[in-house]
Design a binder for this molecule. Structure first.
Ligand code: NAG
Ligand code: NAG
Ligand code: NAG
Ligand code: NAG
Ligand code: NAG
Ligand code: NAG
Ligand code: NAG
Ligand code: NAG
Length: 338
């Protein structure tokens, strides 16, 4: 889907860099018929930036299925009155249909894979989630029970293993996913993307294989702020050790797990960057945010995301979904012209 476009202008050839699109983990609950603040703001941002492609990661329950206890808010809860066999519940179906109605949005289903530890999560249980996502198709909504389109057009493999020993498991899973979606999954737009999230560089010997089986790989997931979150901050999910994000410190891997970019620069166009907790310090404001977004687009990566909150919080400033989407659109124009 990414390509370098060569423009021939009166004998001069100009190379235009690949665009950096939006990779948005929308883990918040969608709300009811009118949508939660997070989903509303996301839908507004997708509409306001028609030049950007949005991969929107949907995650009701650490995956698509009823794995919740009845007490946890009821996502995909069999006992809930609004339960939908393939589609979680009417809050999801109603709001997912709003996203599917937007031509520049591509819904992607969440799956966790426990870094290839098959004792923790078996290949079969991961395949069950893949098969389930492929069955999300049409469902009733809160809108007078209309039948709406809740189809899913890709998968986000979270907690992806990073070593060559993981190769066979992930090859099996990704080829299974492509088969299942090609046969039962609704993808008339011909869009199906597999995004792997190891959160850091894979080991050098594994890199070509991992990138070959995926459409995109998150090689850098980190925080902005240099100060670990206060454990009492409800949005704070930067508690452990991490290296704060700075595009100037993104290096081609050369075997370095914190380098951020692949060993092979030709794979930059399949690399993804995710930055949470865009809050002080260092200074987090429109200017520093735009500087980092522009620098990230100049790296030529596939897609990226910045948020001031955690993955369930898209409206906190300065890096709200609206501002970040506008800045990516502007940065792509600044880098590529137009
Ligand atoms: C979402 O937007 C709708 C209008 O489109 C509005 O009625 C609703 O209150 C909004 N939800 C929140 C939580 O603000
Ligand atoms: C599914 O939901 C029902 C009803 O809430 C619950 O009894 C059951 O344990 C859930 N199943 C799983 C696998 O969590
Ligand atoms: C459902 O929505 C997706 C995403 O917009 C679209 O590709 C697909 O054609 C729609 N399916 C139907 C049956 O309209
Ligand atoms: C499975 O993995 C999760 C997350 O990495 C971890 O918290 C949990 O302890 C693991 N469980 C087992 C049985 O290894
Ligand atoms: C889903 O809705 C579309 C459009 O109304 C229809 O063509 C298709 O047959 C429906 N699919 C299912 C499985 O009901
Ligand atoms: C997958 O990689 C992880 C480290 O990312 C390792 O702990 C695990 O043993 C690997 N699985 C296999 C089957 O080699
Ligand atoms: C993210 O923030 C929301 C809103 O404060 C909170 O409910 C949720 O527990 C947080 N999630 C994580 C993973 O920190
Ligand atoms: C930051 O940028 C956004 C998007 O352009 C704008 O709406 C907002 O007013 C700006 N905030 C400040 C404090 O300048």
């Amino acid at each position: 889907m990414k390509s370098n476009i060569i423009l021939a202008l009166t004998g001069l050839a100009t190379t235009v860099m690949a665009r950096t699109e939006i990779m948005l983990p929308l883990y918040a609950a969608p709300g009811g018929i009118f949508g939660s603040a997070e989903w509303n703001a996301t839908i507004d941002a997708i509409r306001a930036n028609p030049d950007m492609h949005f991969y929107v990661v949907i995650n009701p329950n650490n995956g698509p299925k009823n794995t919740s206890s009845p007490g946890n808010g009821g996502s995909c809860n069999l006992a809930g009155p609004d339960y939908i066999e393939h589609g979680c519940n009417k809050d999801y179906s109603t709001n997912l249909a709003r996203i599917n109605a937007l031509p520049n949005a591509q819904t992607v289903g969440y799956i966790y894979t426990r870094y290839g530890d098959q004792n923790n999560r078996s290949i079969d249980s991961i395949k069950e989630d893949i098969a389930e996502w492929a069955l999300w198709d049409n469902a009733t909504t809160w809108n007078f029970n209309e039948i709406a389109n809740i189809s899913i057009h890709g998968l986000w493999f979270d907690e992806t293993g990073t070593t060559i020993g993981n190769r066979s498991e992930y090859e099996e899973l990704t080829s299974y996913a492509r088969d299942v979606f090609a046969t039962t999954g609704p993808s008339p737009r011909n869009q199906f993307s597999i995004i792997m999230n190891p959160g850091s560089n894979p080991q050098t010997d594994y890199e070509p294989f991992l990138f070959a089986m995926a459409d995109a790989v998150v090689t850098r997931e980190t925080c902005w702020t240099s100060v670990p979150s206060d454990p009492s901050d409800p949005y704070g999910d930067c508690l452990g050790d991490y290296t704060p994000y700075d595009y100037r410190e993104m290096y081609q891997g050369l075997g370095n797990r914190t380098a951020g970019l692949p060993d092979d620069p030709a794979l930059n166009s399949k690399a993804v960057v995710i930055v949470h907790q865009v809050v002080d310090p260092p200074e987090a404001n429109n200017q520093t945010l735009y500087e980092q977004i522009l620098g990230t687009v100049r790296l030529g990566v596939h897609s990226a995301w910045f948020t001031s909150g955690n993955w369930s919080q898209e409206t906190r400033l300065p890096a709200s979904v609206g501002v970040v989407s506008e800045f990516f659109s502007r940065a792509n124009r600044e880098v590529n012209g137009g």
